[in-house]
Design a protein around this ligand. Structure first.
Ligand SMILES: [Zn+2]
Length: 357
C-alpha cells in the first residue's frame, strides 16, 4: 500500500471519537498537509487525542495505519519527529515561544515531516508576536498543530494563519460508545454520559469514580425522603453538599501535586518561585468551582429524570401530574440559577422546598 492509498483511509484517525466533521477534514488534509492547524474546542472534546492521531497519520510511512512502529511510537509520544509542547508556567512565556521557533526549524529525523503539537496555546499573552513568525513561515517539513479552548485577542492573528478545526462537545451516544470501547459497563457509561455535559474527560473521570453512582443515587432518593418539614429540607441540602466534598478532595490533591512538580522544576532552574503562581492558583480555584457546579448539575439531572419517569407511570392522578411538572420546572430553574454563581446551600434549600408538595 502506498502512502497516498493509506492516507485515504488512515485507520489511526478512527481514534478521533464523536467528531465526524473533524474526521472528514483531517482525512482530507492528509493528502496535502498545510503548515499549521488550530484545533479549537471546549475541554474534553478530544483536541489532544485528535492532534496525536493526526500526527501519527502524518508521520506513518503507510499513511496512518495505526499499527506500524512509527504509529506506535507517535501514539506513545516517543516518535523522534513528534514534539508535544506544554506551557511551563501559567501562560506561554516569550522564552518558550522562542524555544518553539527553534524546534520548528529542525529537520525531520525519520519521517518526511516533523510535527509540533502546542497544547493550550490560547494562554499565549505577550509571547504571541514571538510565536507568530514561526506559525506563519515554518519550513515545508514542519507541521504545527495548536490546541486551544478559545481565540482570545492576543491570539487572533496567529489563529488567522492556521487552518481552523472546530471541535464540538460530544453527544451522549458518542461518550457511551467510547467508554464501552474502554471496557466500562453499559449502565455506568450511560449514567456518566448523562452527567458529563459533553465532556469525555469528565465522563472518563466519573466512570472510574466509584462514589459517583452512590452520589447520584442520593439525589434520586431525595423526593421520597422529603417529609414536609423545613428541618428535613435543611438536612437533605446539607447532606447533598457534603457528598460533593469527596470529588473536590480528589481535585485538590491533584492540584497540590501539580504545584509541587512546578516548584521542583523551578528549583531545578535555580528559581525560588513558580512563574505565574497566582495565575495558576486562580485557575485551580476556577476548576474547583467548576467541579462543584458540575456535580450539582449532575445531581439536578438525576433528580429531573426521577421526576420525568413519574410522568409516564400508568394512571397517574392529575394532582400528581401537576406537582411533578412543577417540580421539573423548579429543577430547571435551579439549574439556570446555578450558572449565576449563587449560594449553593440556599439554592438547594429553595429547590427542595419546591419539590416538597
Ligand atoms: Zn503506521
Amino acid at each position: 500500500m502506498t502512502a497516498a492509498e493509506g492516507s485515504a483511509h488512515a485507520p489511526v484517525l478512527d481514534r478521533v471519537k464523536g467528531q465526524p466533521g473533524v474526521l472528514g477534514l483531517l482525512r482530507g488534509a492528509l493528502r496535502a498537509p498545510l503548515h499549521a492547524y488550530l484545533f479549537i474546542g471546549p475541554p474534553g472534546s478530544g483536541r489532544l487525542d485528535a492532534s496525536i492521531a493526526f500526527a501519527a497519520a502524518l508521520l506513518c510511512p503507510r499513511g496512518g495505519c495505526g499499527e506500524c512502529a512509527s504509529c506506535q511510537e507517535t501514539l506513545a509520544l516517543r516518535h523522534p519527529d513528534l514534539e508535544v509542547v506544554e506551557r511551563v508556567g501559567a501562560s506561554i512565556s516569550v522564552k518558550q515561544a522562542r524555544e518553539v521557533a527553534r524546534m520548528a526549524l529542525r529537520t525531520p529525523r525519520a519521517a518526511p515531516y516533523q510535527v509540533l503539537v502546542l497544547v493550550d496555546f490560547h494562554l499565549v499573552d505577550e509571547a504571541a508576536p514571538a510565536l507568530l513568525k514561526t506559525i506563519e513561515e515554518p519550513p515545508d517539513t514542519t507541521v504545527i498543530i495548536i490546541t486551544a479552548e478559545t481565540v482570545p485577542s492576543p491570539f487572533v492573528t496567529i489563529a488567522s494563519r492556521c487552518v481552523q478545526v472546530q471541535f464540538k462537545p460530544l453527544d451522549d451516544e458518542a461518550i457511551i460508545e467510547v467508554l464501552m470501547g474502554e471496557g466500562v459497563e453499559v449502565a455506568t457509561a450511560t449514567a456518566v454520559a448523562e452527567a458529563a455535559g459533553g465532556r469525555l474527560d469528565r465522563a472518563r473521570l466519573l466512570a472510574r469514580d466509584p462514589g459517583f453512582a452512590q452520589r447520584l443515587q442520593r439525589w434520586r432518593t431525595v423526593p421520597s425522603r422529603l417529609d414536609g418539614t423545613g428541618a428535613r429540607v435543611a438536612e437533605l441540602a446539607d447532606e447533598l453538599l457534603a457528598s460533593i466534598a469527596e470529588p473536590l478532595e480528589v481535585v485538590r490533591t491533584r492540584q497540590a501535586e501539580e504545584l509541587a512538580l512546578l516548584q521542583e522544576q523551578a528549583e531545578r532552574r535555580g528559581e525560588n518561585n513558580i512563574p505565574g503562581r497566582s495565575i495558576i492558583e486562580d485557575r485551580h480555584n476556577r476548576e474547583l468551582r467548576r467541579v462543584r457546579t458540575d456535580e450539582i448539575r449532575a445531581g439536578l439531572a438525576a433528580l429531573s429524570s426521577v421526576c420525568r419517569a413519574r410522568l409516564t407511570e400508568p394512571g397517574v392522578a392529575p394532582q400528581r401530574l401537576r406537582s411533578t411538572l412543577a417540580a421539573i420546572a423548579a429543577i430547571d430553574e435551579a439549574s439556570t440559577r446555578l450558572s449565576r454563581n449563587v449560594n449553593a446551600t440556599m439554592l438547594l434549600q429553595w429547590l427542595l422546598l419546591h419539590l416538597d408538595t
